[in-house]
Write a protein that binds this ligand. Structure first.
Ligand code: KG4
Ligand code: ZN
Length: 361
């Protein structure tokens, strides 16, 4: 089954084609980061307008790149995927910037209506989780060879750590589409903390990748920043850490080299994320941990989760960094499994600025 995924929930316009929920045929991501960097964050109205400009060329590019596998022995083959080879549309319709979501949803509805194919609404966090089912992008030749390659083997129940610019959630996933939220952030999301602290350090936007890079040259023990705790719950809190970083910069500018500051901040975030994730895993007796969301691209988080997983005998699965940040292939993967459960929407499908994973919409 070939699904066209569409994602426009924030500042990435993305379209991609995925086969059977696992094999990426294309994943085109048109980032608007440059447009928003000037303002130090995403400006919703600007994002919506840019999505309008980018959505059709992005979908066309995704179809062009999703060339079919050439069966051995055949030398002539059409070089793009036609719309009538798409079996289903999966679109992220919640949560996100409403004016941005509307653009992707309108495009998805139009295609579904005109081709007479099913339309599957996808929750943004669910898409981040399903990025773990995607096989890495392969060249055309590799695709022919590895056609039968099995997908990543996820064995339920698993604990998912989804950390992005808007969310920091620990989710128990006990089957396809079955979620229990174990923890969330009480204030800032992890990615938000990265972005805000990067701004305070005078770095650009988005701050996560810049701090990640800078921290590689720094000492993570240079400054002992607080590890946010919310009683003895698994919930996260990053606003205290953010304030501590800002206070530190105001009081001690120039005293600690920026790479040390970046590394110390990053370590404080990573420590808490890793601790809570494995506490959740051991409380629920699960043997696999899945990562997702933009912050899961962080190199220190990835290595810390892996080494703790090895110590505890818990397998860690993480999408490659490019599939951690927002993209449409993850929407198509989630849509494949949602379609199997009959989660098909009519043309009256709406989009929602906020909604819990597992809620209605
Ligand atoms: O999932 P995502 O692309 O968009 C949202 O759903 O929010 O996540 C974006 C967030 C931003 O806050 C960005 O700074 C952060 O993910 N991020 C990172 C890294 N790459 C992206 N944070 C830390 N380290 C990274 N390498
Ligand atoms: Zn995201």
């Amino acid at each position: 089954m070939r699904i066209l995924g569409i994602e426009t929930s924030c500042d990435e316009t993305s379209a991609g084609v995925v086969e059977d929920g696992t094999t990426i045929r294309s994943n085109v991501i048109a980032s608007q980061t440059d447009l928003h960097a000037h303002f130090g964050g995403v400006v919703p109205e600007i994002a919506s307008r840019r999505h309008v400009e980018l959505i059709l060329p992005t979908i066309q590019e995704a179809l062009d790149q999703a060339r079919p596998v050439i069966p051995p022995g055949i030398d002539t083959w059409r070089d793009e995927t036609a719309l009538d080879e798409i079996d289903c549309i999966g679109v992220i319709n919640r949560p996100g910037l409403i004016g941005a979501l509307i653009v992707g949803v309108a495009a998805a509805k139009s295609i579904a209506f005109s081709r007479g194919i099913p339309l599957v609404p996808v929750h943004h966090l669910e898409a981040h989780i399903y990025a773990n089912w995607l096989s890495p992008v392969e060249s055309r030749e590799q695709r022919v060879e590895s056609r039968e390659r099995p997908a990543v083997e996820v064995r339920f129940p698993v604990v998912c750590l989804v950390v992005s610019g808007g969310h920091s959630d620990l989710i128990l996933m006990s089957g396809h589409g079955e979620y229990e939220i174990l923890a969330r952030t009480r204030d800032d999301a992890a990615g938000e903390a990265f972005d805000k602290c990067a701004r305070a350090m005078g770095l650009g936007y988005p701050g996560g990748p810049l701090i990640d890079k800078l921290a590689k040259e720094g000492n993570p023990r240079a400054v002992a920043f607080p590890r946010g705790k919310v009683g003895d719950t698994l919930d996260f809190s990053f606003s205290g850490l953010k304030t501590a970083v800002i206070r530190y910069i105001e009081g001690a500018e120039g005293r600690v080299p920026l790479p040390d500051l970046a590394a110390s901040f990053q370590e404080a975030v990573v420590d808490v994320l890793v601790d809570h994730t494995f506490r959740a895993a051991s409380e629920r007796g699960v043997k696999q941990v899945l990562l997702g969301g933009g912050v899961a691209a962080n190199s220190r988080l990835r290595s810390a989760v892996r080494s703790r997983g090895e110590q505890l005998g818990i397998e860690v699965i993480a999408p490659p960094p490019v599939l951690c940040t927002d993209n449409a292939a993850m929407a198509a993967a989630a849509a494949y499994f949602a379609f199997q459960r009959g989660e098909v929407a009519g043309l009256d499908m709406d989009c929602y600025a906020t909604e819990r994973l597992g809620g209605r919409g």
